[in-house]
Design a protein around this ligand. Structure first.
Ligand SMILES: [Zn+2]
Length: 258
């Protein structure tokens, strides 16, 4: 069995979490899935590759291997609602973002959901918590960047076309104000459209771990996929990615600046 996640340790206080780039699905689950589900269309495609430059900067990375259809690592284990009043994409989704069924029949029982939490959700969060704790012990603080991407247009989830860079700090509470301001300024200095605490304010990971009073500062970046790939084919676009990485590098540097 493939491990739940891979991690790479760097010297900086910065940890980049990539919870939605995995495409693996255990066979006991995939055997019950529809073609629409097996295509895992809601993957945060190529996000680990997009951020691979950050290892050279000294950042640590934590990258999930399993699909969000197995269990969504950016939801609480009790599946609390993240965005009241919006269509929910839950802990163990039964529909794709487009509204297609993921399972041929039935769905995910409470018992199976609990098993998936223990087998696939908890190991990622134990690793994430341990890495943050180690950084805080070593540096006196830790920085968590939760890295995501999504198609530019998802009518069931939001109106119109999403800005390219969507910074989420749980309305300002997951990261100290000075650090947020520097990251926002770095984003706005680049050629991309930027939203701050708009449709995406940070999911469970940002909200749960981000605690400035305890010297853990967290930011979620939701990137509209047109900024680095061809959305129709899901093919990585190296030229676009190079341009985006220039801005990401400045944002990560601003975040890491003391
Ligand atoms: Zn995501």
């Amino acid at each position: 069995m493939i491990g739940v996640c891979n991690h790479y340790d760097g010297e900086l206080p910065l940890l980049i979490s990539v919870p939605h780039d995995g495409v693996h699905i255990p066979v006991d689950i995939s055997a019950r899935m529809t073609q629409a589900g097996l295509a895992v269309p809601d993957t945060d495609w190529h996000v680990a590759e997009l951020y691979d430059f950050a290892r050279d900067l000294g950042a640590s990375l934590l990258i999930a291997n399993y699909s969000r259809y197995v269990v969504d690592l950016n939801r609480s284990a009790s599946d609390d609602v993240l965005y009241p009043g919006q269509v929910a994409t839950g802990l163990c989704p039964e529909q794709t973002f487009a509204g297609d069924g993921i399972y041929v029949e039935g769905g995910v029982s409470d018992e199976e959901r609990s098993e998936r939490v223990e087998q696939y959700w908890r190991p990622y969060h134990e690793q994430l918590a341990a890495m943050l704790q180690a950084k805080r012990e070593k540096h006196g603080y830790a920085l968590l960047w939760d890295a995501h991407s999504i198609p530019s247009v998802v009518p069931r989830l939001f109106d119109g076309e999403l800005p390219e860079l969507n910074i989420g700090t749980n309305n300002g509470s997951s990261c100290d104000a000075a650090r947020q301001s520097k990251v926002i300024a770095a984003a706005e200095a680049g050629p991309f459209s930027v939203a701050v605490n708009g449709r995406f304010k940070g999911g469970y990971i940002t909200r749960h771990y981000g605690d400035p009073d305890s010297e853990i500062h967290a930011i979620q970046l939701e990137i509209a996929q047109r900024a680095y790939m061809d959305e129709a084919s899901t093919v990585f676009d190296a030229g676009k990615a190079a341009r985006l990485r220039e801005t990401l590098r400045l944002m990560l540097s601003a975040f890491s600046d003391r």
